[in-house]
Design a protein around this ligand. Structure first.
Ligand code: GBH
Length: 458
């Protein structure tokens, strides 16, 4: 199944797995944790498939030691995890919760003790509910609160990890949460989404500044989701529609972080909601915001899942039809087209940043279940991972400075509004018993990583 593409990857290339706190921890009312917007959202009728919640999830809060043991047994060198803001700072302001600090200190130290390099995300969508009650991300004060939280984390946990990611996928937090109503807080208001987007970016900038001051040796970046987009035909209408989707999903976030301004196209799309490059006194974008947002990071984080063809179609909402290329049958219908990841990496390297790039998430969901003999065979995921990791090697060979790849996800987990119906894990979770079963793909990844470390074929 493997080939030798990895031989073209630089020595020291980082192979890892990723998770997020709310999707795996459970224990939502333990250890002094306060409610987050997701605890609220999952209780809204019809918000989550099957009425699932994440109160227990993978029970990782209680099972983290055996989970890390399993990760170490599988020979995984790096682990991207996220901190629950609501566990660390339940009120969203004020001092950190000592039990939360202790949990994450022990967890992150537990990674290191097992030879697993931690990559820590400060925010993967679980805003403390009190901050939502005060206005949430559409309110500028939330960015200030995040800056304070990040500074406290730098003080109390910053010695434990070298790599830090400020915000995971501001597009999802802003648009799925505030315009599409699909994620917490479940609103449907584009002005809110645009305001949230700017404040999430500002929050990144404030957190980065706090880390620079307190932990000068830390390597800090932001993770954006970048979809590969192309028009269905080269008709002007399809080409225009594609450019618009690119502005709305990709450029809104990439331009300010890596080019220091939103730029004419983004402002043309969102200016009506107050987004501008003129940093006027008391508008959405204020003096100094863009400099904070564009302060140099140490790396570029990219999550990649979809390869989308865009068709102008006045009959559908927004006038745009989005079609997945080569949709995988048993999943969300997202693509299995590794070339799309190569193209995304080359685009980011060419157009946005010469910095090292980390693929901080990439993966797929398949309908995997244990066989009667207790094994989980997921040849589709093995093929997916083999293809996408080879695409990373191709991007490197073509000049992109990609330094690492994190498979989403280590464990099957709470897939947001889809509840437990989607399984992204390399490790199967039997939720009633909480038993973990490494899937065929976990063993494949183990052997693949070992091969790349030694340069030998498995
Ligand atoms: C990531 O988000 C998250 O960081 C992670 O927590 C999550 O579990 C994982 O991916 C798997 O979903 O182009 O209209 O078809 C990915 C969020 C949002 C990406 C929806 C694909 C398709 C929108 N996804 N998007 S569309």
């Amino acid at each position: 199944m493997t080939d030798n593409d990895g031989a073209r990857l630089p020595a020291g290339f980082v192979w890892g797995v990723a998770t997020a706190a709310y999707q795996i921890e459970g224990a939502v009312a333990e250890g002094g944790r306060g409610p987050s917007i997701w605890d609220t959202f999952v209780r809204q009728p019809d918000a989550i498939f099957h009425g699932d919640d994440a109160d227990r999830a993978c029970d990782h809060y209680h099972r983290w030691e055996s989970d890390l043991d399993l990760m170490a047994e599988l020979g995984i060198p790096a682990y991207r995890l996220s901190l629950s803001w609501a566990r660390l700072q339940p009120a969203g302001s004020g001092p950190l919760n000592p039990e939360g600090v202790e949990f994450y200190r022990t967890l992150i130290a537990g990674c290191r003790a097992r030879g697993i390099e931690p990559y820590v995300t400060l925010y993967h969508w679980d805003l403390p509910q009190p901050l939502q009650d005060a206005g949430g991300w559409p309110d500028r004060a939330t960015a200030q609160r995040f800056g304070e939280y990040a500074a406290l984390v730098a003080d109390e946990l910053g010695d434990l990890a070298e790599y830090w990611i400020t915000i995971n996928e501001p597009w999802c937090a802003a648009f799925l949460g505030h315009a599409w109503g699909m994620q917490a807080p479940g609103h449907a208001d584009e002005t809110e989404a645009v305001r949230a987007a700017h404040h999430l970016l500002l929050a990144h900038g404030l957190a980065l500044a706090g880390f620079r001051q307190r932990r000068p040796a830390a390597k800090v970046g932001i993770t954006n989701i970048v979809s590969n987009l192309a028009p269905v035909t080269d008709s002007p209408a399809d080409v225009r529609a594609t450019a618009t989707v690119d502005v709305r999903m990709n450029r809104l976030f990439l331009e300010p972080v890596y080019r220091g301004r939103y730029g004419a196209e983004v402002v043309a799309e969102f200016g009506g909601h107050g987004l501008t490059d003129d940093e006027t006194g008391d508008g959405l974008v204020r003096p100094g915001d863009l400099a904070l947002i564009a302060a140099p990071t140490d790396f570029v984080g990219i999550n990649h899942y979809t390869n989308t063809r865009i068709q102008h179609d006045p009959a559908v909402a927004g006038g745009v039809r989005m079609i997945q290329v080569a949709p995988t049958p048993t999943t969300f219908g997202w693509s299995d087209t590794p070339d799309a990841l190569r193209e995304v990496l080359l685009r980011v390297a060419r157009d946005y940043s010469p910095l090292p790039i980390y693929v901080t998430e990439n993966g797929a969901t398949f309908a995997d279940y244990p066989t009667p003999d207790g094994e989980v065979r997921d040849p589709e995921r093995v093929r997916y991972l083999a293809g996408y990791t080879a695409a990373v090697a191709e991007a490197v060979a073509a000049g992109a400075d990609v330094r690492g790849y994190f498979a989403w996800s280590f464990l099957d987990n709470f897939e947001w509004s889809h509840g437990y119906s989607k399984r992204f894990g390399l490790v199967y979770v039997d939720y009633p018993s909480q038993r973990r079963i490494p899937k065929q793909s976990a063993y494949w990844y183990r052997d693949f990583i070992a091969h790349h470390r030694t340069g030998r074929n498995p």
